[in-house]
Design a protein around this ligand. Structure first.
Ligand code: 5AD
Ligand code: SF4
Length: 445
């Protein structure tokens, strides 16, 4: 028997699905170095923060949690504390982190994530603290085997970075320019996932529609999506995120003719006011957005949409905000993420005149949330008495019910004596409580 104690890691993740998946990659690196995961920080040998900087509150959250480790690190100086992710890529943030938290051992970025294992070894060998960051991405790491944590769903990166420079957004600064992965490698990863029994694949990229436009491959996104959907097996496919300016009829055709692709499109609109959309550098008008929605619904009548919406962008008037509310109602989003505009240093919008007072931003977001929730509730209520098919993700011990989502992203709960995780379950919907459905299984596959 190996006498050496097994080393443990604990990862704290902030932000989006991209980050959640990158944490899976970090976990993959650590597991190949012999570490196992623990939920308990106090017994971890490595604690890793995978940060996000898209809004100020995500940053504050991370700063708070890192600060809380001071005591633990004092008690156990051999503990390695590493901070990675988007925030460390921000100008000046690594210095700030070092100053505020001198106990942090390693600062690294998302552009050199693959070095994590070596950085930890280096830190163990030498006393010196490490800051290792890359300003610019060096190509694409084609495949860094992740330790997946989301069965039966699997995330697959198809591209990294963003070229859009929406005026509020820090992503292009911290994640660099668009880089597409090789299509054969993507398809190989997807085939392997299906073989392993994964039943949902989500293709990930900041703007999946511009896949291939960096010249790295001749394949465009609709073709890639179709090739993924044509992989043999009983699974479904999603993708995110689509930029409305690049959302094409060709893509809608692919969705329409491949039933494995979910009839749900995440299409962030951000605002319903042309003036604000222009200031955001979104490069479409509210009318053009509505055209795309109509095009989608004409081809796929049951298609649903979800969105990201920002309120309180600099210069947003009551009238602009009302235009957003109107658009939200007109589209009838299945649900939407709503955000208060958060100024990000270095972005164009941060220095724009007319920053909106906080109380006005709060009032607007409350109103918007009410509208969005109203739409979600209405749609849930329509399910009652009918049927829907959900992919069972997990068991909720508090409710003693299994749960999962249907292709439109709606959460459904149901009782079962058998383990249903990873199964497609057809539910008769008996009731709904706003966002969630409750039902009885009628068939399983
Ligand atoms: N403030 C508020 N929300 C933002 N987002 C991006 N940058 C900001 C910001 N500075 C939102 C956008 C984007 C989502 C991922 O985050 O709505 O679509
Ligand atoms: Fe940010 Fe716009 Fe790129 Fe999305 S498309 S990551 S909002 S710059």
């Amino acid at each position: 028997m190996n006498e050496e104690k097994v080393k443990k890691y604990h990862i704290v993740t902030y932000g989006c699905q991209m980050n959640l998946h990158e944490s899976e990659k970090m976990a993959g690196i650590l597991s190949r170095k012999g570490y196992v995961a623990t939920q308990d920080k106090s017994e971890a040998d490595v604690i890793l923060f995978n940060t996000c900087c898209i809004r100020e509150n995500a940053e504050n959250h991370a700063f708070g949690n890192i600060g809380e480790l001071k005591k633990l690190k004092r008690q156990r100086p051999e503990l390695i504390v590493a901070v990675g992710g988007c925030m460390t890529q921000e100008k000046g943030k690594a210095e700030l982190l070092k100053k505020r938290f001198p106990f942090v051992d390693i600062v690294f970025g998302n552009l050199n994530l693959e070095e994590l294992g070596d950085l930890i070894e280096e830190r163990r060998r030498r006393k010196k603290k490490i800051v290792s960051l890359r300003d610019e991405a060096q190509g694409v790491v084609e495949y860094d085997p992740p330790l997946r944590n989301s069965f039966p769903n699997a995330w697959v990166n198809i591209m990294y970075g963003c070229n859009n420079f929406c005026s509020y957004c820090i992503v292009p600064y911290v994640r660099g320019r668009e880089r597409s992965r090789n299509p054969e490698n993507i398809l190989e990863e997807c085939r392997a996932l299906v073989k392993e029994g994964y039943r949902e694949i989500t293709l990930l990229g900041q703007n999946v529609n511009s896949y291939g436009s960096d010249g790295e491959t001749d394949m465009c996104f609709p073709e890639l999506l179709e090739r993924v959907a044509q992989i043999e097996g009983d699974f479904r496919v999603r993708f995110m995120t689509s930029h409305p300016k690049d959302f094409t009829e060709a893509l809608v055709d692919v969705i329409a003719r491949n039933r494995k692709i979910c009839h749900l499109v995440h299409l962030p609109v951000q605002s319903g006011s042309d003036r604000i959309l222009h200031a955001m550098n979104r490069r479409y008008t509210a009318g053009q957005y509505m055209e795309k929605v109509r095009m989608l619904k004409a081809r796929i009548p049951d298609a649903e949409l979800t969105s990201d919406i920002i309120v309180g962008f600099p210069g947003e008037t009551e009238e602009d905000f009302e235009a957003t509310v109107k658009l939200v109602q007109e589209v009838g989003f299945a649900s939407a993420f709503t955000f208060i505009y958060s100024p990000r240093t270095g972005t164009k919008a941060a220095s724009m005149p007319g920053q909106v007072p906080e109380d006005v931003q709060k009032q607007r977001i409350m109103r918007l949330i009410e509208v969005v929730n109203g739409l979600t509730r209405e749609k849930s209520a329509k399910y009652v008495g009918g049927e829907t098919e959900i992919l069972c993700e997990d068991f909720d011990p508090k409710r003693s019910l299994y749960f999962g989502r249907d292709e439109y992203g709606r959460m459904g709960y149901f009782p079962s004596e058998e383990d249903m995780i990873g199964k497609f379950v057809r539910l008769r919907v008996d009731g709904a409580n706003g966002v969630s459905l409750f039902g009885t299984p009628v068939s399983v596959r």
